[in-house]
Design a protein around this ligand. Structure first.
Ligand SMILES: Nc1nc2c(c(=O)[nH]1)N[C@H]1C(S)=C(S)[C@@H](COP(=O)(O)OP(=O)(O)OC[C@H]3O[C@@H](n4cnc5c(=O)[nH]c(N)nc54)[C@H](O)[C@@H]3O)O[C@H]1N2
Ligand SMILES: Nc1nc2c(c(=O)[nH]1)N[C@H]1C(S)=C(S)[C@@H](COP(=O)(O)OP(=O)(O)OC[C@H]3O[C@@H](n4cnc5c(=O)[nH]c(N)nc54)[C@H](O)[C@@H]3O)O[C@H]1N2
Ligand SMILES: [Mo]
Length: 813
C-alpha cells in the first residue's frame, strides 16, 4: 500500500476492482464502511461475480476475467477526452511532459522492438530524448507530439466505451457510469482510493493491470493524498514482510537486487544502480544504494567483509536467469534437475497450477523436507486418495521428512501488514508436541552444515563458514536479536558528516535509521528499509500508542511503518508546487516557509524547498511515470492482452496468444486449451469461512464450508442440464475435478465480441487432508504460466468445460 488501512476512512470514492475485500479482508474493510458512514464516500466494485463487497456498493459493473487493462484504459481515455485531469499535478509531478525517442511505436498489439523468436522486446526505443546536458528533454506546455501525454492520448484512444464493452463484456452504460464517477476525483478536493488484490495480480499481464490503475490515479492527482493511493491488499499476515525481507529469488533485502551473471564484480554491479538524476536539481535517492548494500554485506559476513574483498561480493550467488520463481523451480524438478526441496510454510500442491505436473515433479525428487505445523497435501502428495489424489504410490521413491513447526501464535516477532506497519506480537501459547520454532530448525540446519564443512571440507565453504552468527544462544537466535540486526548498528564510531569531529553513532550502538548508514564498512544493517524499527529508543514495532490527533488516521505512535515511520508514501505530492495542501481538509504535510510540518514524516528532506525537489525521489526523474523506460518487460504503457486461454481472440491482433513476452515452458506450450474445446471461462477465489488450505483442519471452519463446489449462472445450468446441488465435472486441458454445483444469480453471462461468455467460479480451499470433506481445488485445472514481469500464475482466467456427472470415487485401498 502507498497509504494505510486506517487512511481509507479519508476517501471520497473506493474502487474495489481485482479483489473482494469484504470477504478476503473483512477486518480492513471496516475502513470502507467508516468512509461511507462518515464522509458519504461511494463504493464502486468491478468484478466478474456479484460479491459481498458488491452487495454494499453504490455501483457494480461486471467484467470478463483478464480484461481490466481495456476497462482502465477506457477510463483513462474518458478522463483525457473530457478534461477530467488534475492538470497542475500532472504537469509538475508526472513525466507527462517528457519527450520520447522517435523509434518508439505501438501497432497490432505490439510495441516497437518485438522479437518473436526470443519472445522478448529490445527496449532501447522505449526511452526519453536525452539532451546534451545529460538531462531528459521536456515540453512543459504538453504540445510536443512525442511527449508522453500525447503518446498516451493516442495509445488509449482505441479504448472507447464500445471497445470496452466488446472486450470486457461490461455494458457500455455501466462502464460510462463508472468512468464518470471516477472522473469526478480529478478535482483537487476529491480523492479516490484503489483497493486491489489477486483479481489483478494473478494474470499473465497482472503487473500491467496495476500500472493502468496507478496511471489513472496519477492523472487524477490521487497519489500521495490522504484517502488516495494504490492499495494492494496483501494476503498472508506477513506477505508484505516476505517481499520486504528479500524472500523473492531475484531480490536481496529492502528491494536491493540479487546480482546477475553479467555483474561478476562489485564495481560492475554498482555501475547501473546509483542512478543519476534525469532532471536538474532532482534527488535520486538510489544514489545511496552503495551504503545499503555494503551495510547488508557487513550484516551477512561481519569482519570477513572488507573493502579489499569488495565486502565479500563474490559470496553472493549470481543469477543466470531473471529469477528462480516457483514455476521455474517446479519446471526444473519436473525435468529431473533438482534432488532435494525444503518446503517451509507452503503447500504448493494445492497452491500452484497444474497439479498433475506438480505431482510428477515432486515424484522426481530424492528428498522432500516440509516444515509445517499441519499435515499438508504437499507432504502427502504420494498418498492415493482415489479420484481425489489418483497417484501410483508404489512408483514414487521420494523420501519425505516432515518437520513439525510452531505457528505465528506460538512465537514472538513482527508481522508487516499491507500498510507497511511492522507490528510486534508476543507468543500466545506454548508449542505442542515436538513442534519447534522455524528459527530453531533453520539454526540447526545451518550449524550442522557448518560443522560438516568444518570436518569434511567441500566446494566453496567460505560464505557458510564466515556467516555472521552473533547470537547469545547460537542454537536459536531470538526475535529481538534478529530485529536489532535488521535495524543495523555502528561497528566503529560513525562521525557526523556536518561536523567530522563529532561522533554521530558510537561503535556498538543501534543506528537511528538508514540515513546514518555508511558505505565504508563502519555500519551494518540487515534490511535498510526497516532501519529505525529497533533503534536506541527501543523496539518501535512494539509501540501501542493509539492517539490520532486531528483524526487524520495516521497513528504515528502505533508500531513502526517503513520507511522511517512514514504512513503515506509520496506525501510531498499531497501539496502543490508552493507546498500548500491541494485540499486543506486533507493536509498531510505543508511548507511553512522554512520547513515541512504536518501529520506525517515528509518523504523529502524536511528543509528542501518545495519548488526545488520533485515528490518521487526514488525515481531518477523526480516525478512519477506514465511511461516507463524499459522497466516493464511487456510495454511502457499497458495494452490489452488476452489471457493465455481466452474465449475470444485478441481484438488488437487475433494472432496473438496471451502476453507475448510471458515465459512459456516447452512442455506447457501444447497444454493450452482452445475455446472450441473449452468454451467457458474458469476463475478461482477464496471464501470468508476458510483460509486457504489450513482452516479445513479446524472443525468449526470445516463445518461452515464443508464441501467443494463451483458456481455457475442459471443460464449455463439450464443450457447444460445442471441441477442446483447436483454433481458436475469440470475439466480443462490439464485435469478434471468433480464438485457440487451452486447455481446463482451472482454470476451472469457476458457478451464479448458478439459471443456469449459464461464464467465458472471455483473456490480453492479443499484437498485431501484435514476435517472438511475431500475435494480438488482449481489448481488441477489452471495453466502453468505466469505474469510476464513477476511470474505470478494465471489463476484467475483459464478455459474449462462442464457437464453433469456422478460423484467422485474414493480410494479402494
Ligand atoms: N477468508 C480468507 N481471507 C483471505 C484469504 C483466504 O484464504 N481466506 N487469503 C488471503 C490471501 S493470501 C490473499 S492473496 C488475499 C486475496 O484477496 P482477493 O484477491 O480479494 O481474493 P480472491 O477471492 O482471490 O478474489 C479476487 C476477486 O477478484 C475477482 N476477479 C477474478 N478475476 C478478475 C479479473 O480479471 N478482474 C477483476 N476485476 N476481478 C477479478 C474474483 O471474482 C474475486 O471476487 O486474501 C487474503 N484473505
Ligand atoms: N487457483 C488459485 N490458486 C491460488 C490462489 C488463487 O486465488 N487461485 N491464491 C494463491 C495465493 S495468493 C496464495 S498466498 C497461495 C496460498 O498457498 P499457501 O501459502 O501454500 O497456503 P497456506 O494454506 O496458507 O499455506 C501455508 C502453510 O503454512 C503453514 N504455517 C502456518 N504458520 C506457520 C509457521 O509459523 N511456520 C511454518 N513453517 N509454517 C506455517 C500452514 O500450516 C500451511 O500449511 O495460494 C495461491 N494459489
Ligand atoms: Mo496470497
Amino acid at each position: 500500500m502507498t497509504n494505510a488501512w486506517t487512511d481509507i476512512k479519508n476517501t471520497d470514492l473506493v474502487v474495489v476492482m481485482g479483489g473482494n475485500a469484504a470477504e478476503a479482508h473483512p477486518c480492513g474493510f471496516k475502513w470502507v464502511t467508516e468512509a461511507k458512514a462518515h464522509r458519504g464516500a461511494k463504493l464502486i466494485v468491478v468484478d466478474p461475480r456479484y460479491t459481498r463487497t458488491a452487495s454494499v456498493s453504490d455501483l457494480y459493473a461486471p467484467i470478463r476475467p483478464g480484461t481490466d487493462i481495456a476497462f482502465l484504459s477506457g477510463v483513462i481515455n474518458y478522463c483525457m477526452a473530457n478534461g477530467k485531469v488534475q492538470w497542475e499535478y500532472l504537469r509538475n509531478f508526472t513525466n507527462a511532459s517528457f519527450i520520447v525517442k522517435d523509434g518508439f511505436a505501438y501497432q497490432d498489439g505490439l510495441f516497437s522492438g518485438y522479437n518473436e523468436e526470443k519472445r522478448d522486446y529490445d527496449r532501447t526505443s522505449w526511452d526519453y530524448v536525452i539532451g546534451e546536458d545529460g538531462f531528459a528533454v521536456t515540453d512543459p506546455s504538453l504540445q510536443h507530439p512525442r511527449c508522453v501525454w500525447n503518446l498516451l492520448k493516442e495509445h488509449v484512444s482505441v479504448y472507447t466505451p464500445e471497445m470496452v464493452e466488446r472486450i470486457c463484456g461490461t455494458p457500455k452504460e455501466k462502464f460510462l457510469k463508472v468512468a464518470e464517477l471516477i472522473s469526478t476525483c480529478s478535482a483537487p478536493g476529491k480523492v479516490m482510493t484503489s483497493m486491489y488484490a489477486l483479481g489483478w495480480t494473478q494474470h499473465s499481464s497482472g503487473s500491467q493491470n496495476i500500472r493502468a490503475m496507478a496511471m489513472l490515479q496519477l492523472i487524477l492527482g490521487n497519489i500521495g493524498m490522504r484517502g488516495g493511493g494504490m492499495n494492494a491488499l496483501r494476503g498472508h499476515s506477513n506477505i508484505q514482510g516476505l517481499t520486504d525481507l528479500g524472500l523473492m529469488s531475484h531480490l536481496l533485502t529492502g528491494y536491493l537486487n540479487m546480482p546477475t551473471e553479467k555483474e561478476p564484480d562489485f564495481a560492475k554491479y554498482m555501475e547501473t544502480r546509483q542512478f543519476k538524476p534525469l532532471r536538474p536539481g532532482q534527488t535520486s535517492y538510489w544514489q545511496n544504494y552503495r551504503k545499503f548494500m555494503v551495510s547488508f554485506q557487513k550484516a551477512m559476513w561481519g569482519d570477513s567483509a572488507t573493502a579489499e574483498n569488495d565486502w565479500n561480493y563474490h559470496y553472493l550467488p549470481k543469477l543466470d536467469v531473471p529469477s528462480y520463481d516457483v514455476l521455474r523451480m517446479f519446471e526444473l524438478m519436473y525435468d529431473g534437475k533438482v534432488n532435494g526441496y525444503i518446503c517451509q510454510g507452503f503447500n504448493p500442491l494445492l497452491a500452484f497450477p497444474n497439479r498433475a505436473k506438480l505431482t510428477a515433479a515432486l515424484s522426481k525428487l530424492k528428498f522432500l523436507i516440509t516444515m509445517d505445523p499441519l499435515e499438508t497435501e504437499t507432504a502427502r502428495f504420494w498418498e492415493n486418495h482415489g479420484e481425489y489424489n489418483d497417484v501410483d504410490t508404489a512408483s514414487i521413491e521420494t523420501e519425505v521428512i516432515q518437520l513439525p513447526t510452531t505457528c505465528f501464535a506460538e512465537e514472538e516477532g513482527s508481522l508487516t501488514n499491507s500498510g507497511r506497519w511492522l507490528q510486534w506480537h508476543w507468543a500466545g501459547g506454548t508449542p505442542p508436541g515436538e513442534a519447534q520454532h522455524d528459527t530453531w530448525i533453520m539454526a540447526q540446519i545451518f550449524l550442522r552444515m557448518r560443522e560438516l564443512y568444518r570436518k569434511e571440507g567441500g566446494a566453496f565453504p567460505d560464505p557458510l563458514m564466515n556467516l555472521s552468527w552473533d547470537y547469545a544462544d547460537p542454537n536459536e537466535p531470538t526475535a529481538e536479536e534478529l530485529a536489532r540486526e535488521i535495524n543495523g548498528r555502528a561497528l566503529t564510531d560513525v562521525m557526523d558528516p556536518a561536523d567530522p569531529t563529532k561522533v554521530l553513532v558510537p561503535a556498538g550502538k543501534q543506528v537511528l535509521n538508514f540515513s546514518q548508514l555508511k558505505d565504508d564498512g563502519s555500519t551494518m544493517c540487515g534490511c535498510w528499509i526497516y532501519s529505525g524499527c529497533f533503534n536506541e529508543q527501543g523496539n518501535n514495532m512494539a509501540r501501542r500508542d493509539n492517539h490520532d490527533p486531528d483524526e487524520t488516521g495516521a497513528y504515528l505512535g502505533w508500531t513502526f511503518a517503513w520507511p522511517v515511520n512514514r504512513r503515506t508514501l509520496y506525501n510531498r505530492a499531497s501539496a502543490d508546487l508552493s507546498g500548500k495542501p491541494w485540499d486543506p481538509t486533507r493536509k498531510i504535510i505543508e511548507w511553512n516557509g522554512e520547513k515541512w510540518t504536518g501529520y506525517d514524516v515528509p518523504d523529502i528532506s524536511p528543509t528542501a524547498k518545495p519548488e526545488e525537489v520533485g515528490p518521487f525521489i526514488m525515481n531518477q526523474e523526480g516525478v512519477s511515470r506514465l511511461f516507463t523506460r524499459g522497466m516493464m518487460r511487456d510495454g511502457p504503457f499497458p495494452a490489452h492482452m488476452e489471457p493465455f486461454e481466452a474465449p475470444i481472440p485478441n481484438v488488437m491482433n487475433p494472432k496473438m496468444v496471451g502476453n507475448p513476452v510471458s515465459r512459456v515452458f516447452v512442455t506447457d506450450a501444447e497444454e493450452f486449451g482452445t475455446s472450441a474445446e473449452f468454451p467457458y471461462v474458469g476463475t478461482s477465489y477464496r471464501l470468508t469461512e476458510h483460509f486457504h488450505y489450513w482452516t479445513k483442519h479446524n472443525r468449526v471452519n470445516a463445518a461452515l464450508q464443508p464441501e467443494f463446489f463451483v458456481e455457475i449462472s442459471e443460464e449455463l445450468a439450464k443450457e447444460k442440464g445442471i441441477e442446483k446441488g447436483g454433481w458436475v465435472r469440470v475439466w480443462s486441458k490439464r485435469g478434471s475435478v468433480k464438485a457440487k454445483a451452486v447455481v446463482t444469480k451472482r454470476i451472469r453471462p457476458l457478451v464479448c465480441d458478439g459471443k456469449t461468455v459464461h464464467v465458472v467460479g471455483i473456490p480453492l480451499h479443499w484437498g485431501f487432508t484435514g476435517a472438511a470433506k475431500k475435494g480438488f481445488g482449481p489448481n488441477s485445472l489452471t495453466p502453468f504460466v505466469g505474469d510476464a514481469n513477476i511470474e505470478t500464475p494465471e489463476s484467475k482466467a483459464f478455459l474449462v468445460n462442464i457437464e453433469p456427472s456422478s460423484g467422485p470415487e474414493e480410494a479402494s485401498a
